[in-house]
Design a protein around this ligand. Structure first.
Ligand code: GLU
Length: 291
């Protein structure tokens, strides 16, 4: 078994943009510089948001940038039976409860009381949440952001996260942990937008008696208006015609040395692997870029 297994887990809601290429390249370089393997996983569990052909296009764009998965690419939409199996295991441990609160109600309660915990509701029409005591939420050491303590709050909704929605879709926070366990992922490099969810995911690793990977949360790329570079904000798709320049832009954002001119994409990646130093990535939550 490899001592290092990293992964890139895009949600196929649109074309690859600079923010996702930056996450992919950081994970790839860290894995390869540690003689590890690097996997691509398609997080299409929310089929209401998945865009047709987006997964194939993302995989193709990554390949044009020299980024290939070291093992078969899995799609979360094919793994629902596995998620259901884990769900049943957690029910047996009394770790889950049914919740009837609609999204609208949750917005209305400024301090959600967690009242559904006590109601023993039936399964029909209700979501399933993981019961989380605030005091049980772990802090952790992040390889880029340093020591992270869970944020105290009165709002239990922040903690009791949804595992399965009332429309029967599993949540990303849940399926992602199961995949990371099953794929024996040891290192997770992803955007700092998920940093606050990590203590909840760590608790799930604990419930499932699995050792947790090491986490590295990259500064989130934001535009001048403070918006995250994301498909929702209509960040432009990266051009495949400028693949080498895109990699150079990402290396600059990651604060890594600039490779020589006039070399191929693969030579550029090899240079970046041999010069990779994760400690040079700025320790901050956000990084403003022009795009
Ligand atoms: N699928 C998530 C996204 O595209 C990434 C989750 C993760 O890396 O853990 O934002």
């Amino acid at each position: 078994m490899k001592d290092y297994v990293g992964r890139f887990a895009p949600s196929p809601t649109g074309a690859l943009h600079l923010g996702s290429l930056y996450t992919a390249i950081a994970g790839f370089l860290d894995a390869k510089s540690n003689n590890g393997s690097w996997l691509i996983r398609i997080e299409d569990i929310d089929e209401t948001r998945a865009v047709p052909d987006a997964a194939q296009n993302i995989i193709k764009t990554l390949a044009i940038h020299g980024l290939h998965s070291d093992s078969k690419i899995i799609h979360q939409s094919h793994r629902k039976d596995r998620y259901q199996q884990v769900l049943e295991r957690l029910f047996k441990k009394n770790a889950l409860f049914y919740c009837k609160c609609s999204r609208k109600q949750l917005v209305e309660y400024s301090h959600y009381s967690g009242r559904c915990r006590e109601l023993s509701l039936p399964s029909e029409g209700n979501a399933i949440r993981l019961l989380i005591e605030q005091s049980s939420l772990p802090g952790f050491f992040d390889g880029i952001q340093g020591n992270i303590a869970p944020q105290p709050t009165e709002d239990k909704n922040v903690f009791d996260f949804i595992v399965k929605r009332r429309d029967q879709f599993f949540s990303y926070l849940f399926s992602c942990v199961i995949d990371d366990i099953d794929q024996k992922v040891t290192h997770i490099i992803r955007g700092a937008d998920i940093l606050d969810s990590t203590p909840k995911q760590l608790l799930l690793f604990k419930h499932l008696e699995a050792s947790a990977p090491k986490f590295f949360h990259l500064p989130l790329l934001i535009n001048e208006n403070g918006q995250k570079l994301s498909k929702q904000n209509l960040s432009p798709a990266i051009s495949e015609a400028t693949a080498r320049d895109n990699i150079l832009d990402v290396l600059t954002l990651l604060n890594q040395p600039t490779p020589p001119q006039n070399i191929t994409i693969n030579q550029t990646l090899d240079f970046a692997i041999s010069h990779w130093n994760i400690n040079k990535i700025p320790m901050r939550r956000n990084l403003t870029v022009d795009f």
